[in-house]
Design a protein around this ligand. Structure first.
Ligand SMILES: [Zn+2]
Length: 494
């Protein structure tokens, strides 16, 4: 059995001004034998692909696999370069039995609102209409009906935090193997639901979303022909026609059973839209900080303050509030600011050479957009500075090489801040321990993750306080200047 493997992933908050270029995709890219070696055992979708294919004794045809996590648009050039590499590789491969591909499902470019469907059209043209192609996508995919039509089977993450990326890869790969062997004949039902949630409320542990996910599993148990059910919540910060929820059901030959399940789940999601939007869980900035400081002062610690609206890990709204209040034992991990990191590295080097010492004046953070809170003029003490790369240990990054680039740990009026040169979202304890800190010593930690942090911090935090800031990822979607969203999507164009 000869199976091609590819991956191209970026979650695009399309209102952000920056673009993710070829060099960022390249930095994360795996090819050739490195693709198999790099994915094997990793906590990624591709790790699940490789595990099942190797257990089956299948020959893996490695194309290219690159996952850039979340940022703004991919550049048109970057997208086209990697699309052409994947499609060109498929056109060159002889005697393929199938394709496994991972696409996020919410990538955008300045020129395209749905590059993934564009890629799958080109992929189909290269491999023909009948070759089995199994697609794995993120829970935050904004999928079009055409996307589902272009593939043989479609498999989304069940959970956010995405603790089942490997399992999603396995589900797609097992289905492909059984299809190639002629054991099953997959058919699909796909339904769009005219609803989208801010990412913060796509945590699948929150009711009623948890009930809806469970209802998907019930359909797999109840109807023997149903092989796989996945619910995509969509990604609210991509301004695209197909924004929002979809339901995908894969069945063995029984299109009617798949349709019944998809219709019932889609109806249930729409019926519960008011509860899914949780407008009771978000604090204003000052109100949230007051509550955090009060809790920490009463020994309830650590408090997690979630600056969730930040999309680029550099917003300064909460940091400014902490500095102004001189909150002790507060920590802001992974603030993205290459200039400040470089200045800190230089200051420490100057001190080692007998220079001015490790105090440095910075314009800290807030560079990524006009909504990021602005750069803070601060005088910081450099506690550590240098290149920071390590092997991830958290549930979503275990075994993965994390490269933060030149980085520093700063003391800014008593608030600890780690700055990085590569934008990376803090989701696990590596963001604390890699800078020599201990969560037990901290009263307050500022995170910017939407749901992934919950896998680690939910059991450890005294409380998670969600604060809304004016960034490009707010809880109230009606404040964003959408242009491409189709009519009738609640709450944007109801
Ligand atoms: Zn996601």
């Amino acid at each position: 059995m000869k199976i091609a493997v590819a991956g191209l992933a970026l979650e695009s908050a399309s209102f952000l001004p920056g673009e993710t270029g070829v060099e960022t995709f390249e930095r994360n890219a795996l090819r050739g034998p490195d693709l198999v070696d790099g994915l094997r055992g990793s906590s990624s979708v591709g790790g699940g692909f490789v595990e099942v294919l190797e257990a089956e004794g299948a020959e893996v045809v490695p194309l290219v696999y690159t996952d850039c996590s979340a940022a703004g648009h991919a550049s048109d050039d970057a997208y086209q370069t990697f699309r052409d590499e994947i499609v060109g590789g498929l056109a060159m491969a002889d005697d393929l039995d199938g394709v496994l591909i991972f696409l996020h499902g919410a990538m955008t470019t300045p020129g395209l609102t749905d590059p993934e469907t564009d890629l799958l059209r080109a992929l189909r043209a290269a491999v023909g209409p009948t070759l089995p192609v199994m697609l794995a996508v993120d829970l935050h995919a904004n999928l079009a009906p055409e996307t589902a039509d272009l593939v043989t089977g479609l498999f989304g993450f069940h959970y956010s935090p995405h603790t089942d990326m490997v399992e999603t890869g396995r589900r797609a790969a097992r289905c492909l193997v059984a299809t190639v062997k002629g054991e099953i004949a997959p058919v699909m039902a796909f339904r769009k639901v005219p609803l989208v949630l801010p990412s913060i409320f796509t945590a699948t542990g929150l009711a009623p979303l948890s009930d809806i996910v469970a209802a998907g599993f019930d359909w797999e148990t109840r109807e023997p022909a149903i092989l796989d059910v996945s619910i995509q919540c969509g990604f609210a910060y991509a301004d695209v026609p197909e924004i929002g929820f979809s339901v995908t059901v894969v069945a063995d030959g029984d299109r009617a059973a798949a349709g019944r399940a998809a219709d019932a789940l889609a109806r249930d999601i729409l019926d519960r839209r008011a509860a899914l939007l949780h407008d009771d869980l978000v604090f204003g900035l000052a109100e949230g900080l007051d509550r955090a400081v009060d809790l920490a002062g009463r020994g309830e610690r650590p408090v997690v303050v979630l600056e969730h609206a930040d999309r680029m890990n550099d917003s300064t709204w909460v940091l400014a509030g902490l500095i102004a209040r001189r909150v002790p034992r507060a920590y802001v991990p992974y603030l993205w600011d290459p200039q400040s990191a470089a200045a800190a590295v230089a200051a420490l080097a100057a001190m080692a050479a007998g220079g001015a010492g490790a105090l440095v004046d910075l314009r800290l953070g807030g560079h990524s957009s006009n909504r990021a809170g602005g750069a803070l003029p601060v005088r910081a003490r450099v506690l550590w500075a240098g290149d920071k790369t390590f092997t991830g240990t958290g549930p979503m990054r275990a075994g993965r090489r994390i490269d933060l680039g030149p980085s520093a740990l700063l003391d800014v009026d008593g608030v600890l801040v780690s700055v990085t040169s590569h934008s990376t979202t803090a989701i696990d304890l590596d963001s604390v321990t890699q800078f020599g800190l201990d969560l037990a010593d901290l009263d307050l930690v500022v995170l910017r993750s939407k749901t992934h942090f919950r896998a680690v911090f939910e059991p450890l935090a005294a409380e998670i306080i969600i604060v809304d800031t004016p960034d490009w990822g707010p809880a109230d979607l009606r404040t964003l200047p959408y242009q491409h969203v189709r009519e009738g999507v609640y709450p944007i164009t109801p």
